[in-house]
Write a protein that binds this ligand. Structure first.
Ligand SMILES: Cc1cc2nc3c(=O)[nH]c(=O)nc-3n(C[C@H](O)[C@H](O)[C@H](O)COP(=O)(O)O)c2cc1C
Length: 207
């Protein structure tokens, strides 16, 4: 049996820019320094994108709203060599309930991901990319065809949270939606449908 690598993540920070300042400075960033991202920052971005915030009426809620609390979104992290402090390069899945990541594929796949994303250089160069993927069935099984719309809307919520968390911590990101879906699935080794790739890093220039 293949050894499973799981890593419990540090708690999200309580400091950083407030939401209105983060809204003001947020810009899409496509040019990154090579410096690695601290584990605490990595954890904060994943938590902002899909972390849990406690239960209401028996259902554990998340940082994003979700139609009928069906929570169809899943986050994956493509970590380059030296991209995140303390993490070996690979593809990780975020587990919101445990606030941990699980290694699902070993190795630095950034170059392959870049090719799957129409050779957008920022996907190759960023030390980290967060991929927002969906299991549509979770929402369409409740809402039928209209659930498809709900899932796309929810990806926007998650993406904006990641943008704002990044801006708050001085990191940069960009929402990339131009890619070949099947290629991204193959590169990550996942069944779920990728909706966004968000390369993350320290901006080369001030935002
Ligand atoms: C649905 C959507 C798809 C996008 N796809 C890409 C993309 O594939 N590549 C890219 O570099 N930027 C992409 N962007 C980022 C936009 O280019 C960017 O948000 C826009 O130029 C406005 O700049 P700002 O985010 O700095 O305000 C996308 C944005 C959205 C909302």
């Amino acid at each position: 049996m293949k050894p499973v690598i799981r890593l419990k993540l540090p708690d999200p920070p309580t400091n950083g820019l407030g939401v209105f300042d983060a809204l003001r400075v947020r810009r899409s960033v496509r040019s990154f320094r090579e410096d690695s991202i601290p584990l605490k920052h990595f954890a904060a971005l994943l938590w902002a994108g899909q972390g849990t915030v406690g239960a209401r009426r028996g259902i554990v809620r998340r940082t994003t709203p979700s139609a009928g609390a069906t929570y169809p979104l899943f986050l994956y992290a493509v970590v380059g060599r030296g991209g995140v402090e303390g993490l070996e390069p690979g593809v990780y899945e975020y587990v919101p309930e445990e606030h941990e990541v699980v290694l699902v594929k070993r190795g630095d796949v950034r170059r392959e991901l870049y090719k799957a994303a129409l050779s957008q250089g920022w996907v190759r160069d960023a030390p980290l990319s967060i991929i927002i993927a969906a299991d549509f069935h979770r929402t369409t099984s409740v809402y039928g065809a209209r659930g498809i719309r709900y899932v796309y809307i929810e990806a926007g919520h998650s993406s904006q949270n990641i943008y704002l968390a990044a801006a708050s911590l001085g990191l940069g990101t960009v929402a990339v939606a131009a890619f070949y879906d099947d290629e991204v699935k193959r590169v990550l080794g996942i069944q779920r449908d990728p909706l966004y790739i968000m390369p993350v890093g320290w901006p080369r220039r001030p935002m």
